[in-house]
Write a protein that binds this ligand. Structure first.
Ligand SMILES: C[S@@+](CC[C@H](N)C(=O)[O-])C[C@H]1O[C@@H](n2cnc3c(N)ncnc32)[C@H](O)[C@@H]1O
Length: 450
């Protein structure tokens, strides 16, 4: 039996409330113009199947149907923005059952905003820092204009061709969105309609096109979908966040807070005044060619510094092929120089991550926490404090130790009080009872024999 967080597969997986990624509606075609280019006509007479139901904001969902609602619907703070939602059964209950829902947003974009919208040549609009921003800063929070399931569970006539079925689904989704957009205030409606649409020629209607271009993934709102399929992810469309352009070396990350029903935007490294804020739309560990393939639905070819650097691919491939060093594996490594070996690997990967500007990758946390723990166990507070400095910049990963700031000073007393302090020096084996003790507080693991 295994115990402790750092043993679990979660230690290496993306964290709860992980950064949202823009949504590409999966079964509606992900390639550029992969559907609808032929101007597919759906036979007449099928439009009547569309049904919409509006409900009292506080009542729950009903079996089999979708519900239009305005969130947060319970105890919304006065003057807070609201979101038009298209919910499937169970979504509303997720929120109603969430203790403390909803909490007020923090750091809304106001008069002293650290960001401004500006034209970027060849990219349309973009977001820029209006002052210097420090790594880990919460730059702003935003409640979406719209939250909707990515896919509608409509019954598609089976005698349609595949193209007709896809077009039919797009048309149904467009009508569903139209009803929600119509419920928005004039200001929000205008904001939604002014967003970029890069799906002008693939059969998407204007509202669907805007959702596909700007939507950010939100998990946890479709409890009935338990198979991990994309249908379980909802899509949030925001006004400001939607202006973030893509970079493969992004300087911000977004995180969804269900409790605050809003996205939070954090700086992953220092951002200079007037620098553009950029965000990753796709997995950034992939090669340049793979990344640009994934970006096709957004209708641009990325020209960020990594995409232009011929040596970047080798560095990213190296990372993609290397396992993130974990505390769990280090503890079960009996080799006498495990500390030095694991630390070398942490340093090597960190150098690649920093060189590639990949502070937004979850691996950045994994490498830092392992490097920190190994240094503490070796009694090397000086090196541990360097890793602590990196960890202290990561505010969007829940597993960063809450007291990490107390390890920034290598002379801090926190070191001697750390449960791992001097517990594993190279050349010495670790006592079983020490491992049991550590596992009990969530560091490492022990195998409990029957
Ligand atoms: C979510 S919007 C970003 C904001 C957008 N630039 C605007 O004017 O509202 C996504 C669209 O912005 C453009 N875009 C985003 N990142 C880009 C980049 N790195 N290079 C060129 N165009 C980009 C593409 O048209 C893409 O479909």
């Amino acid at each position: 039996m295994k115990r402790g967080f750092l043993n679990s597969s979660r230690a290496n997986a993306r964290p709860v409330g992980s950064p949202a990624a823009p949504v590409v509606i999966p079964n509606l075609g992900t390639g550029k113009y992969s559907i609808g280019k032929q101007n597919v006509e759906v036979p007449e007479g099928y439009e009547s199947e569309f049904v919409h139901i509006e409900r009292d904001p506080r009542s729950g969902s009903f079996p089999g149907g979708i519900t239009y609602t305005t969130a947060p619907f319970v105890d919304a703070a006065p003057g807070e923005p609201t979101t038009e939602c298209i919910f499937h059964p169970g979504s509303k209950e997720v929120l109603m059952d969430l203790p403390g829902f909803s909490q007020p947003m923090v750091k809304r974009v106001g008069r002293k905003s650290p960001i401004r919208v500006k034209e970027v040549q060849g990219m349309g609009l973009g977001l820029f820092a209006s002052r210097g921003i420090k790594a880990r800063e919460l730059i702003f929070s935003e409640r979406p204009l719209l939250v909707a399931a990515q896919l509608l569970s409509t019954r598609v006539p089976s005698h349609f061709t595949r193209e007709q079925q896809l077009q039919y689904s797009l048309d149904q989704l467009e009508k569903t969105l139209a009803f929600a957009v119509d419920r928005m205030s004039d200001e929000d409606k205008a904001a939604y309609m002014a967003l970029k649409n890069s799906h002008l020629e693939d059969g998407s209607g204007p509202l669907v096109g805007i959702m596909r271009t700007n939507g950010l993934g939100i998990s946890g709102l479709r409890p009935e979908i338990t198979d991990g399929s994309p249908a379980g992810i909802c899509c949030g469309v925001c006004n400001m966040i939607s202006r973030l352009n893509h970079s493969c070396s992004p300087n911000v990350i977004t995180q969804w807070s269900m409790l605050k029903f809003s996205f939070q935007v954090f700086a992953v490294r220092d951002i200079a005044a007037d620098e553009e804020l950029t965000y990753r739309y796709i997995n950034i560990e992939a090669s340049t060619a793979q990344r640009n393939e994934k970006l096709k639905p957004y209708d641009f070819v990325c020209a960020c510094s990594s995409c232009k650097d011929p040596e970047s691919d080798a560095r990213r491939a190296d990372l993609a092929e290397s396992d993130t060093p974990t505390v769990k594996e280090w503890l079960s490594d009996d080799e006498p120089h495990a500390n030095a070996r694991v630390l070398d690997e942490c340093r090597r990967q960190m150098e690649l991550l920093e060189r590639e500007g990949m502070q937004a990758a979850y691996r950045y946390f994994g490498v830092s926490v392992t490097g920190f723990t190994v240094c503490v166990a070796s009694g090397d507070a000086e090196s541990a404090s360097e890793w602590a400095r990196k960890l202290a910049r990561i505010r969007w990963v829940e597993e960063v130790p809450k007291d990490i700031e107390s390890f920034l000073d290598p002379k801090s007393r926190a070191y001697k009080a750390h449960p791992m302090w001097l517990k594993r020096i190279d050349g010495a084996t670790m006592e079983k009872d020490v491992m049991v003790e550590l596992a009990a507080i969530g560091i490492g693991s022990v195998t409990l024999e029957d």
